[in-house]
Design a protein around this ligand. Structure first.
Ligand SMILES: [Zn+2]
Ligand SMILES: [Zn+2]
Length: 241
């Protein structure tokens, strides 16, 4: 991506954020962009019909709003990813990411995280297509493992790996994204079934595991996987005949 494209996107982003605070004045934008302020970029944005520029006001056009929405969504989903999964710094990292990432990757991350509604700063994340279809089909949300009832199954969505040592322990016991687990016991410690084994964990570890609820039960899920395997096998046999 060339530099000016990125610069333009920074302006669209700033204008969106200003609008969230109810501000549209040109002087506020100047202040916001500080030493990066460049009237030539504003002219270009206006020429491309992305902003509407008046003597002292600047507004996003419909086209500009659409682009800004995408960038803001990517930025805030990126923040959520860094915060929820990597458990760390979410300020710097999301900045480059938002200019290069594709819409479908953002939707994928959004789904992985359970379609979060807010960034770690509490600002709203614009909805993507994934969120809309999820709302329609009343699909599942991502919740902490502790929210499961005894006997309930869920699929591991992600694990917050803020603490490295903890992460290594989880790796050793097969709990990883995509694994199906079933909660058996919560007292005096948590016991879950995962890939044929029973695993005991304390609450401290459990609180870092986020799961999709509402997934098909253990056995149903297994059946589907087996059916898929059989289907692939049949197709393969057909091909080699
Ligand atoms: Zn944020
Ligand atoms: Zn979504």
């Amino acid at each position: 991506m060339n530099n000016t494209q990125k610069e333009k996107e920074e302006y669209l982003e700033a204008l969106w954020e200003m609008r969230e605070r109810g501000i549209t004045s040109l002087s506020a934008l100047k202040e916001e962009m500080d030493k990066d302020f460049d009237p030539q970029i504003l002219d270009e944005l206006s020429y491309q019909n992305l902003i509407e520029l008046n003597a002292c006001d600047v507004n996003l056009t419909k086209k500009g709003e659409e682009q800004a929405r995408k960038i803001i969504r990517a930025h805030r989903i990126g923040e959520r990813l860094l915060y929820d999964v990597f458990g760390g710094e979410f300020e710097g990292g999301a900045c480059e990411f938002e200019h290069t990432v594709t819409t479908s990757l953002i939707d994928g991350i959004c789904t992985l995280l359970g379609h979060p509604r807010e960034c770690p700063h509490g600002m709203p994340i614009p909805e993507g297509e994934c969120c809309k279809s999820c709302a329609k089909s009343a699909c599942n949300a991502v919740v902490p493992l502790q929210d499961l009832k005894i006997g309930e199954s869920a699929k591991v969505a992600y694990i917050n790996c803020k603490d490295d040592r903890r992460m290594h322990r989880l790796n050793g016991i097969q709990i990883r994204p995509g694994a199906i687990i079933k909660l058996h016991q919560i007292n005096p410690c948590y016991v879950v079934e995962c890939e044929g084994g029973h695993i005991a964990m304390d609450e401290d570890i459990v609180s870092n595991i986020k799961v999709w609820t509402n997934v098909k039960t253990f056995d149903e899920e297994k059946k589907i996987i087996d059916k898929d395997k059989r289907r692939l096998w049949r197709n393969y046999l057909k091909k080699i005949k």
